[in-house]
Ligand binder design. Structure first.
Ligand code: BTN
Length: 255
């Protein structure tokens, strides 16, 4: 998987680490190059969004982080999460044949349940990004989810006959990431894959609740614009929801 440039130029593999995102940050501070990949068999302090933990038992999933060192301004960084969701969804489809879909902006779902979460972390000064860490956790082996997640979470090997090669999956996701990140870099927006993204968007034409610090509201998700904002049709017309600011939830269940 070693490539001279680009995503996967260096792969650091650990049997066990606290969190691949934390390790990526340490390596970034030591000067690790753009495109470095940090992957672990197990994480002892795996992190999810909103300060939650991410259970990452040995061999039960693919836990990894990508280190990016871009030249664009910090206001573009939230679109990298959309690139990652595209890459994971396409990678899963290619390797397993399963109909993975995107729950805007951070999750990938299978039959309405979350199979992957993405945690994008930005280290920046006002006008300059130092680095971005994209943490990706894909549940692979059937696990015992805690009761509060049982209705919401799943893994790729739900069907016990299925045996997924984690290296192949990682390679496929990195290849797809390289492709869509390249498209993003051409225009510094998601317009080159906007239509493809919308085809994979599980929230499309569904009722969603937008959890906005200024007040929650409901509407119907119609798609995304070139900035990767979710377009939600509600009482005030079409509202643009920015990935960095709010969360979106289905009103009849997780999606
Ligand atoms: C979420 O849905 O809350 C995001 C979960 C992100 C989990 C991944 S696993 C690899 C990387 N390392 C971490 O500590 N977190 C991310």
């Amino acid at each position: 998987m070693e490539k001279k440039n680009g995503i996967g130029c260096r792969v650091c593999h650990y049997q066990e680490i606290d969190s691949t995102n934390i390790q990526a940050r340490r390596l970034a501070e030591e000067g690790a190059p753009h495109g470095s990949v940090i992957v672990a068999e197990a994480q002892t302090a795996g992190r999810g969004r909103h300060g939650r933990s991410w259970v990452s038992e040995p061999g039960s999933g693919l836990w990894f982080s990508l280190l990016l060192r871009p030249d664009y301004l910090p206001d573009r960084a939230s679109m990298v999460t959309l690139v990652a969701a595209m890459a994971v969804t396409k990678g899963i489809r290619r390797i397993t044949g399963q109909p993975a879909e995107i729950k805007w902006p951070n999750d990938v779902v299978l039959e309405g349940k979350k199979v992957c979460g993405i945690l994008t972390e930005l280290n920046a000064r006002i006008e300059r990004i130092n680095y971005i860490i994209v943490g990706i956790g894909i549940n692979i082996r059937r696990q015992q989810f805690p009761p509060e997640l049982r209705e919401k979470a799943t893994s790729l090997e739900q069907d016990q006959e299925l045996q997924i090669d984690r290296n192949l999956l990682l390679e496929a996701v990195l290849e797809e990431f390289e492709l869509y990140y390249g498209q993003f870099l051409q225009r510094l927006d998601v317009s080159l894959f906007q239509e493809e993204y919308e085809q994979l968007l599980v929230n499309r034409n569904r009722q969603v609740q937008v959890l906005d610090p200024a007040g929650d509201y409901q509407g119907i998700a119609r798609g995304i614009n070139e900035k990767g904002e979710l377009l939600v049709e509600c009482g005030q017309g079409l509202v643009r929801v920015n990935a960095g600011e709010v969360s979106v939830r289905g009103i009849y269940g997780y999606t």
